[in-house]
Ligand binder design. Structure first.
Ligand SMILES: [Zn+2]
Ligand SMILES: [Zn+2]
Length: 437
C-alpha cells in the first residue's frame, strides 16, 4: 500500500464516527455475561463455520444455547471443549471477512495475533473482564472505536416491545433507536399478535391504524429517540396496488377478529408497509430497507433484490429510504438506484466484513454514480460480541482510505478534499439523514 494510503488512513482514524447500524443489546443486560474467545465468533462467523463443515452437534456445543443476541447460558460447556471444536475449523474460515474483523479485534484490543492452546484461556479471561463492569459501550464504542452516535435496531420483537414499553434505557446520548417493521406488520397476524406487542387490540380501521401509528411515532420519537424503522423489501411477486380497495374492508374484518387466508394476510401486510412508509414521511422518520445477502445460512435472498423495491421507492417519493448492505451481490444495481432516486441514501453497513473487496469496488463505483452526501460507509451490524465493532470499523476505514487514495493517485481528487469526503461518509451523512443533532 502506498504512503499516501497510509497517511490518509491515519487521518481517517481521527474522524469520529456515526455508526449507521447495530443490533446491540441493552448494556445492563450484557454486564457479567461470561464471554470468552469462542463467543467472539458467535455472530456472523457461525455461518462460515457451518459452511466450512462444522456439524450441527458441534455448533450446538460451541455456541451452546447462546444466540448472538442472548447472554451465555449457565450450563455452557467449558472453554477447553469448545475451543477444541473451534480450532478444528478455524484454518478454513480464517481468511473470510467475518474472521478478519475478529482477528483485528483480538490483535488491537487483546494483544494476540493468533489463537493457540497456550493463549485461549488467558485471552478469554481478558474478554470476560471486558464485560464485567458497567461502562462497556462507553469503553469499547466511544473510547476504542471513536464512535459518537449509534443507530441501533432492536433485534427482535421482544426488544422492540421493550423499547415500546419504555423499559429499555441505555446509553442515552450514544444510541438512537430503529424499530423493526415487524412491530407494525405483526398487525397482519390479527389481534392477538398485536396485543402481545402493543398491549391493546388493533385499531378498528386502516385509517385509525394510520392515526394510531403516527401518534405512537411522535411519542417514541420524543421519549425514546426513535429515528426510523427497518423493513424487508416488499416481495417482487404478486405486489398488489397500494390503494387496493379491498385492503380496507379486509383489515376491518381482521380487527373484528375474523381469521384471514394467507393471501389476505399478505395483502394487509403490504397495505401496512405502505402505511408505514407514509407515516415515516409525515413524522420525519427514516425507512431503512434490508437488501441483498441474508444473515445466517440457507437464507433465500432472491426477494431481497433491489429491483424488487423499486415500485415502492417510486410510490413514496417523500419518504427518506436508507438502503442497506450495498444489496450484495447486486451492488451495481443499487448504485444506479442511488443515483436516480433522490429519496434514497446508501448504507454500507455489514458490507466491509461480508467482502472487503466487493465493498471497495462498490464504493468506488458509488463515487462515480452517487453524490458524496448520500453515502454512509459504516455500520457494524453486530449483536452480542460488541468488541467486533472495532475490527469491523478498522476494515471500513481501510476501504474508505483505499477508494480515496486511488482517486488521488489517478489525479481525480485533491489530497485536501479526501478527508472531507471521508467525514461525510463516516459521520455527517448519517447525522443529516437521521436528524442527529
Ligand atoms: Zn440487514
Ligand atoms: Zn442489521
Amino acid at each position: 500500500m502506498s504512503q499516501l494510503y497510509r497517511q490518509l488512513l491515519d487521518e481517517i482514524a481521527e474522524i469520529s464516527v456515526v455508526d449507521a447500524h447495530e443490533h446491540l443489546m441493552v448494556e445492563h443486560e450484557r454486564i457479567g455475561d461470561k464471554m470468552d474467545v469462542c463467543d467472539l465468533f458467535c455472530h456472523y462467523n457461525r455461518a462460515d463455520l457451518q459452511t466450512a463443515g462444522m456439524t450441527e452437534a458441534e455448533l450446538a456445543k460451541l455456541f451452546h444455547t447462546n444466540a448472538h443476541h442472548a447472554r451465555r447460558a449457565p450450563d455452557t460447556p467449558p472453554l477447553a471443549a469448545r475451543w477444541a471444536i473451534l480450532k478444528k475449523y478455524l484454518p478454513a474460515v480464517r481468511h473470510t471477512g467475518y474472521a478478519r474483523a475478529v482477528f483485528i479485534t483480538l490483535q488491537d484490543l487483546y494483544g494476540v495475533d493468533e489463537l493457540t492452546d497456550a493463549n485461549v484461556e488467558q485471552v478469554s479471561q481478558a474478554i470476560t473482564r471486558t464485560y464485567a463492569e458497567p461502562g462497556l459501550y462507553q469503553r469499547i464504542l466511544v473510547e476504542r472505536c471513536n464512535i459518537e452516535r449509534v443507530v441501533n435496531q432492536a433485534f427482535s420483537n421482544k426488544e422492540g416491545r421493550a423499547f415500546i414499553k419504555d423499559r429499555l434505557e441505555t446509553n442515552a446520548g450514544l444510541m438512537v433507536g430503529l424499530l423493526p417493521g415487524s412491530v407494525v406488520l405483526c398487525a397482519a397476524e390479527g389481534n392477538e399478535a398485536f396485543l402481545r406487542t402493543h398491549g391493546h387490540a388493533l385499531p378498528p380501521t386502516l385509517d385509525a391504524f394510520h392515526d394510531w401509528l403516527a401518534a405512537r411515532c411522535r411519542a417514541w420519537k420524543a421519549r425514546r429517540d426513535l429515528v426510523g424503522f427497518k423493513i424487508f423489501p416488499p416481495s417482487r411477486h404478486g405486489q398488489p396496488e397500494r390503494g387496493r380497495p379491498d385492503a380496507a374492508a379486509t383489515y376491518a374484518h381482521l380487527a373484528q377478529g375474523k381469521k384471514l387466508e394467507a393471501s389476505e394476510k399478505q395483502m394487509i401486510a403490504l397495505a401496512l408497509l405502505h402505511l408505514l412508509a407514509d407515516v415515516c414521511a409525515e413524522e420525519q422518520l427514516v425507512c431503512a430497507i434490508h437488501l441483498g445477502i441474508v444473515a445466517g445460512n440457507y437464507g433465500d435472498f432472491r426477494n431481497r433484490d433491489p429491483l424488487a423495491c423499486m415500485s415502492f421507492l417510486l410510490e413514496h417519493k417523500d419518504t427518506r429510504f436508507d438502503l442497506y448492505h450495498a444489496a450484495m451481490p447486486w451492488t451495481r444495481a443499487l448504485g444506479v438506484i442511488g443515483k436516480q432516486f433522490p429519496n434514497v441514501w446508501l448504507n454500507l453497513c455489514w458490507c466491509a466484513i461480508v467482502s472487503p473487496r466487493m465493498t471497495v469496488d462498490a464504493l468506488d463505483e458509488y463515487m462515480d454514480l452517487v453524490p458524496v452526501n448520500k453515502i454512509q460507509a459504516f455500520g457494524g451490524d453486530y449483536g452480542r460480541p460488541v468488541e467486533n465493532v472495532y475490527g469491523h470499523l478498522v476494515m471500513a476505514r481501510e476501504i474508505v482510505a483505499e477508494v480515496l487514495a486511488r482517486r488521488i493517485e489517478r489525479g481525480e481528487l485533491s489530497e485536501s478534499e479526501a478527508p472531507d469526503i471521508a467525514r461525510l461518509w463516516l459521520n455527517r451523512n448519517s447525522r443529516v439523514l437521521y436528524g442527529l443533532a
